[in-house]
Write a protein that binds this ligand. Structure first.
Ligand code: HEM
Length: 412
């Protein structure tokens, strides 16, 4: 604690924390136990009763430690920053272990609303806003530096529709930062990169977004920039084979997973020319509520065999959902994408936008690759989308309290 924490301004901040704690009492939302204790009340609390704030969302925390890293099964937050890092040539296993110590320690603090170790802006850490930090390692690191595991990781194969750009390519390390508040997110990114800079260079940053928190009921499926309800058919934690599909059983890597990153550009200028009925046929679902064209509600099961009065399929067999639908129980993975929009004055729309498509699977070769192959071969959506970046990362299991992520995989 610095002296600043005893200043009147700092007292005001504690006051906010307590007000939030009281507001949250008994809701079971995960957030700092220390603040909960403070909520028990003191004279200070009633001193400023006129202060009406609702900081519940800002105070929410997601546990950093556990069997799995946070940010995979975690309900997607509003904002994403995905950082791609390349390790310096002289970074060996021991050096990477040192880097992960620093990064894990600060990630553990920041996600719980505490300042990083050498934090010059500690106030920016006070609204964790469901911040998660998830670490992944590219094929080279898994091959050359991981030890004591049967885990292997191959780069994704080439797909015919890809137009990959080196600038969005495979890196040694990926750090996925997700948060409901953009300022907390930016601060966490800065702290993490400050820790990493003696070991690695930033190759790319991919920023993404969903709707701002509080704008729609929790649990609403996201909409992508093309206007579609995106994320309906996705494994749920209650599914019997969820664990098998998501978490690795490889020795020394149990509870880890693999992150697939695809940067997919959407040609919004061309999409603008497509009428609503055609847009719905391209995907196989309605635009207003995301129901399959054979149903009325978003959660209705698509009937790919249904035909209309003329005997034609109601859902076009070349539509996105008909092509992407799992054809075996193994072809299932967790999609956790975010929209992206970056300025691009060279286009008529003034932007480059699409999806930072992130998917998690225990084994992407069995689960993701066959689906992506089928989509590359045929998918009506391909007329408007192009994959311009691709990478794959081994995401180690979660760290125990006092441990760094990947500690056992980097033991010397
Ligand atoms: C910009 C690119 C993409 C857009 C705009 C998009 C959009 C959508 C939409 C609107 C749906 C229907 C709602 C839902 O169930 O989520 C959907 C379903 C799906 N998408 Fe995509 N998608 C894209 C890329 C991909 C990629 C790259 C893959 C995997 C290789 C993929 C796999 C799936 C799967 C598995 C489903 C569920 C299919 C089913 O009904 O069983 N999508 N997507």
């Amino acid at each position: 604690m610095t002296d600043a924490s005893h200043s009147p301004r700092a007292w005001g901040r504690r006051q906010l924390l307590r007000t939030g704690a009281a507001a949250l009492g008994g809701t079971g939302v995960g957030w700092a136990a220390g603040s909960a204790a403070a909520a028990a009340g003191s004279h200070e609390d009633s001193a400023d009763a006129t202060l009406t704030v609702q900081p519940e969302q800002g105070l929410r925390t997601v546990a950093f430690h556990g069997a799995h890293q946070a940010g995979v099964s975690t309900t997607p937050q509003a904002y994403l920053t995905l950082v791609g890092l390349d390790l310096h040539d002289d970074v060996d296993r021991a050096a990477l272990a040192r880097m992960m110590n620093l990064l894990s320690d600060d990630a553990a603090r920041l996600t719980q609303g505490e300042a990083a170790l050498a934090d010059n802006e500690p106030e920016l850490a006070e609204r964790p806003s469901s911040l998660t930090v998830t670490f992944g390692f590219g094929p080279r690191v898994v091959r050359d530096l991981f030890t004591g595991t049967s885990m292997t990781l191959e780069p994704l194969p080439a797909f015919s529709t890809d137009e990959l750009r080196e600038e969005w390519g495979q890196t040694d390390v990926a750090v996925q930062l997700c948060c409901d508040d953009p300022l907390t997110l930016a601060h966490c990114r800065r702290m993490i990169l400050k820790d990493a800079r003696d070991f690695a260079d930033v190759r790319w940053l991919q920023e993404g977004y969903r709707r701002a928190i509080g704008t729609e009921p929790t649990g609403t499926t996201m909409r992508n920039v093309m206007g579609q309800v995106d994320g309906t058919v996705n494994p749920a934690e209650t599914d019997t084979d969820y664990d098998r599909l998501l978490w690795s059983a490889e020795s020394g890597f149990e509870g880890g997973t693999v992150m697939v990153v695809r940067r997919i550009r959407a040609r919004m200028d061309l999409w603008d020319k497509v009428d609503r009925v055609s847009r719905e046929n391209v995907v196989g679902r309605t635009l207003d509520n995301g129901a399959p064209l054979t149903g009325t509600k978003e959660t209705d099961t698509a009937d790919f065999g249904a035909t209309d009065d003329l005997g034609l399929p109601v859902i076009d067999p070349a539509s996105h959902i008909a092509r992407a639908h799992a054809q075996t129980p193994d072809e299932v993975f967790l999609r956790r994408p975010f929209n992206y929009t970056v300025p691009d004055p060279s286009t008529s729309t003034g932007e480059d936008s699409g999806l930072v498509f992130i998917a998690y699977a225990a084994d992407p070769v069995k689960q993701f690759v066959p689906v992506q192959r089928r989509l590359a071969k045929q998918d009506r959506l391909n007329e408007w989308i192009t994959t311009i970046g691709s990478a794959v990362y081994a995401v180690p299991p979660g760290a125990a309290e006092g441990e760094a992520v990947a500690q056992r995989l980097l033991a010397t």
